[in-house]
Design a protein. Sequence first.
Length: 153
Amino acid sequence: MALNTGDKIPGILGVDQDGKEVKASDYAGHKLALYFYPKDGTPGCTAEACSFRDNFSELQKAGYRILGVSVDDERSHKKFIERQRLPFPLIADTDKKLVEAFGVWGEKTFMGRKYTGTFRTTFLVNGSGIIEKVIGSKEIKTKEHAEQILKLL
C-alpha cells in the first residue's frame, strides 16, 4: 500500500550519506520536497539534483527543505554530492524500505528490457509531515523540476 496525498510520512526515513539517521521530525515546521530518483550520476538524476541545487535558495525562501532518496549506498551519495556540489542530504535506501513504503519501487521497462527500479517521484510534505502533493514521473521535467515546484506555490 503506497503512501499518498493526506498520509503521514514515516517517522524514520533512513540514513544519509554520512550514516546519520534522518527522521521526519528533523523537518517539523518546514515544508519538505522528498524526491525519489533512480541512480546517482545518471544524466536525468544529475539534471534533477542540479535543478534543486540551482534553485536551493528560492526553495528555502518558500519554506522548503530538500531531501533526495535512492537505493544507492552512502559512499555513492557522498561522491554524487561532492561532484555536483549538492547543498542537501541524500538518503541511502539500500534496504528499499522507503521506496517500497512510498510505492515508488517496481517493474520498469527500458529499451524493451524489464527490470526493477525506482520510479522518479516527488512528495511535497507539509510541516506536520503530511503529504500534500505527489508529482509522478510522467509530470517531472528533470532539468526544471525545482521550478515546477516553485510554480505550485
